[in-house]
Design a protein. Structure first.
Length: 85
């Protein structure tokens, strides 16, 4: 019985790490999509500021990607701690 509970906890931990990393990637995709939409709308309304808007959008997208990278690394760290690596 104890072995079965350990296996269930092991599987739940791995599944939680995978789901967490997956949700981080989905959230980043949505966030970057919203940034792109806002930048495109801003450039359409004020074409003379297109360079400034594009630069700001690129910086914001980099921040979103950085946060996503941290979330994925945490998921891998959880996985490695569960696997004993």
């Amino acid at each position: 019985m104890l072995l079965q509970e350990t296996a269930i906890n092991y599987a739940n931990g791995l599944m939680g790490a995978g789901i967490g990393a997956g949700l981080a990637v989905v959230g980043a995709g949505i966030g970057i999509g919203l940034i792109g939409r806002g930048a495109t709308e801003g450039m359409a309304r004020q074409p003379e500021l297109a360079g400034t808007i594009q630069t700001a959008a690129l910086i914001l997208a980099a921040f979103v990607e950085g946060a996503t990278l941290f979330a994925i690394v945490v998921g891998f760290m959880i996985q490695n701690s569960i696997l004993g690596g």
